[in-house]
Design a protein around this ligand. Structure first.
Ligand code: S3P
Length: 434
């Protein structure tokens, strides 16, 4: 699907000043989910008012949860307890949001409700068997279409049973889906992941007073407990910060500070990778806020060199590769990415879409089944298609800082899924974008 929102970005410029990007998307989703199931009122600050997290918020309102706000990032959730959700009158439309659909599948699998989860064209083509298969082993009754895609139809079941499941891929969404179903299971659910992935679900469950144990890559919780309402301060999203980290790194004379950025160790792959390439990123004022590490990041221009991206960093930077590809295009030499086949099933096929876009602006890049080989060079100009993928659109906007002529980016409406106000904030920092 295309739409008529285009970014037109003038070449050159630099990024300076002090900014705060919107709240973390992953944490915002989870705040609504756990706050709704808790007993008492959960107060959230820094909530991301983007289409994806708002889709989660609306879904819980549709299931009878009273939620005040969002008002400048403040949300008050009147929790209904573990079994207080009500039958909605219509299918739950989750828009573009994979996190909503996969996590809700688990959370809702053990409710006595009859539910249909739908999404937009992109979400309706993304793989859901990765959650419906393990949930079926737990006794859930979830129907998808014959390709294993949405809409998902969840039928009521009385009781789920715990499983001991090894994830076939490093996916926090699948891990979280099973853990959330595990809250409703008889016995102790165990999930083993092939590599560490974001652990916001585990941290937040603990914050709501629900014991979750992690031993190495194995996470365990017992079903049948309760969640106690709490207060949450959502840090700025490191994934949204990543565009600015790359933008400032590639544009001479840049000196930009990003405030209050979430620095969860399972999310900082982008900083590790950019530093390996030669980026100058200072981590300042490290602190812990509501169980999550937070810091201010000062980033200044620095010439980059191509690297072989370490595979152990891939799950820790999984959403940041569109931006990292732009950094690689500006680096001296070749950057190689392997072990990142998951990029092919994100909001778009991010390997293919970045390869196509970077070729259009004159970069020598080759896609591989699980990554790409990118040769640094001069970024030209041209018209690229984001394929409705927010992170592709914002990455090419940053590429303009090093381009020789304007870059026009098609199909940008979905930037609002994760980064409402991107154009205004990027303009404030120094990008010439309309
Ligand atoms: C997310 C997990 C990641 C990430 C997505 C958000 C989450 O997906 O790409 O944007 O909040 O759990 P996978 O777990 O499928 O890699």
């Amino acid at each position: 699907m295309t739409n008529n929102i285009k970014f037109n970005v003038q070449p050159g410029g630099k990024l300076t000043g002090i900014i705060r990007v919107p709240g973390d998307k992953s944490i915002s989703h989870r705040s609504i989910m756990l706050g709704s199931l808790a007993e008492g009122i959960t107060e959230v600050e820094g909530f991301l008012e983007g289409d994806d997290s708002l889709a989660t918020l609306r879904a819980f309102r549709d299931m009878g949860v009273e939620i005040e706000g969002p008002d400048q990032g403040r949300v008050r959730i009147h929790g209904v307890g573990m079994s207080g959700l009500k039958q909605p009158s219509a299918p739950l439309d989750l828009g573009n949001s994979g996190t909503s659909m996969r996590l809700l599948s688990g959370l809702l699998a053990g409710q006595e409700l009859d539910l249909t989860l739908t999404g937009d064209e992109s979400l309706s083509s993304r793989p859901m068997r990765r959650v419906t298969d393990p949930l079926a082993m737990m006794g859930a009754s979830i129907e998808s279409d014959e390709n294993g895609t949405a809409p998902l139809h969840i039928k009521p079941v009385k009781q789920l049973k715990a499983i001991d499941y090894t994830l076939p891929m490093a996916s926090a969404q699948v891990k979280s889906s099973i853990l959330l179903a595990g809250l409703y299971a008889d016995g102790e659910t165990h999930v083993t992941e092939p590599a560490p992935t974001r652990d916001h679900t585990e941290r937040m469950l603990n914050g709501f007073g629900y014991p979750v144990e992690t031993h190495g890559n194995r996470i365990s919780l017992k079903g049948g407990g309760k969640l106690k309402a709490c207060t949450l301060d959502v840090p700025a999203d490191i994934s949204s910060s990543a565009f600015f980290l790359v933008g400032a790194t590639i544009s001479p004379d840049s000196d930009l500070t990003l405030n209050h950025v979430g620095m969860n160790p399972t999310r900082i792959g982008v900083i590790n990778i950019l530093r390996d390439m030669g980026a100058n990123i200072e981590v300042l004022n490290q602190r812990t806020v509501g169980g999550e590490p937070v810091a201010d990041l000062r980033v200044r221009y620095s010439p980059l060199k191509g690297i072989q991206i370490p595979e152990d960093q891939v799950p820790l930077a999984i959403d940041e590769f569109p931006a990292i590809f732009i950094a690689a295009a500006c680096a001296e030499g070749e950057t190689t990415l392997t072990g990142a086949e998951e990029l092919r099933v994100k909001e778009s096929d991010r390997i293919q879409v970045m390869v196509d876009g970077l070729k259009i602006v004159g970069i020598d890049i080759e896609g591989t089944p699980d990554g790409a080989i990118i040769k640094g060079g001069q970024i030209g100009g041209g018209t690229v298609d984001s394929h409705g993928d927010h992170r592709i659109a914002m990455s090419f906007a940053m590429a303009s800082l090093r381009a020789s002529s304007p870059i026009i980016i098609n199909d940008c409406a979905n930037v609002d899924t994760s980064f409402p106000g991107f154009v205004e904030l990027a303009t404030k920092a120094g990008l010439s974008i309309t």
